[in-house]
Design a protein around this ligand. Structure first.
Ligand code: SF4
Ligand code: F3S
Length: 106
């Protein structure tokens, strides 16, 4: 499955949602996750994310390994999101920032 990592936090552009053929994105306050059992590994979401937050599980950078479990866990708790919406107001400011894990709203 594909995994949403750190760069999405406080941005949530949702371009990924628009292209996913199986609607497997789930939405938190300032982050999106992918349900690992629903993702069909099509790869459509990876290139459209403006923050480059999405990776195939096998290519997830080592410092973001924890996001694999976070996607699995949070996708079972958060509501599905099937349509693109406006990014968060602070998205442009946080787009280039990394190490946002402490700011993830659970
Ligand atoms: Fe959806 Fe495809 Fe991305 Fe999986 S890889 S989340 S199926 S767009
Ligand atoms: Fe997040 Fe990128 Fe989607 S910022 S909401 S993973 S397009």
């Amino acid at each position: 499955a594909y995994v949403v990592a750190d760069p999405c936090i406080k941005c949530k552009y949702t371009d990924c949602v628009e292209v996913c053929p199986v609607n497997c994105f789930y939405e938190g306050e300032n982050f999106l996750v992918i349900h690992p059992d629903e993702c069909i590994d099509c790869g459509a979401c990876e290139p459209v994310c403006p923050t480059k937050a999405i990776f195939p599980e096998s290519e997830l950078p080592a410092q973001w390994k924890e996001y694999q479990a976070l996607n699995a866990d949070l996708s079972g708790k958060w509501p599905n999101i099937a349509e693109k919406k406006a990014p968060l107001p602070e998205a442009e400011d946080f787009k280039e920032k990394q190490g946002k894990r402490a700011q993830l709203s659970l």
